[in-house]
Design a protein around this ligand. Structure first.
Ligand code: ZN
Length: 156
């Protein structure tokens, strides 16, 4: 009897973990401004992240695996409509390094992480309901990065 109960607990635990994992995605940033990369393969770009429509909130975790200092090659993750990325990226650059290249007054930004340097991690969490009224993207607002360091959020 005890064995059965234990087994059931283990199954519940595993199932719970799997469900939670589906509401997040991990990416890495390198000493390159041309994209986010896969934690499992640092040569594979992550140009698209699938966001399950069943998730209430979704989290993107970013790890900086490069060596260049934050002031030269910092990365963050900003969520905005894909059509606004160029404009938001340009405006964010002007906010400056001290503000993590984020203009706090920019209403087009749905959510953002902080800016990180080598060996640092950060994350951004946003309500999935907020990215259902159009095509949304994730991008890095460090000056010059958003042109290529970006991807599409696909709600499925
Ligand atoms: Zn960047």
């Amino acid at each position: 009897m005890l064995k059965k109960t234990l087994l059931a607990s283990v199954i519940t635990l595993v199932a719970g973990t799997t469900f939670a994992a589906a509401c997040s995605a991990d990416v890495v940033g390198k000493d390159l401004m041309n994209g986010y990369y896969s934690p499992a393969d640092h040569n594979k770009k992550v140009a698209e992240i699938v966001v399950p429509a069943s998730c209430k909130d979704f989290t993107i975790n970013l790890k900086h695996v490069g060596k260049a200092p934050k002031a030269a090659m910092g990365h963050n993750v900003v969520i905005a409509k894909d059509k606004d990325v160029n404009a938001v990226g340009g405006a964010s650059a002007k906010a400056g390094l001290a503000k993590d290249f984020i203009d706090a007054k920019d209403k087009r930004i749905v959510a953002h992480s902080k800016l990180v340097g080598p060996n640092e991690t950060t994350s951004v969490t946003f309500p999935v309901a907020k990215i259902k009224d159009g095509k949304y993207a994730y991008f890095c607002s460090f000056p010059g990065h958003f042109a290529q360091m970006r991807g599409i959020l696909v709600v499925k």
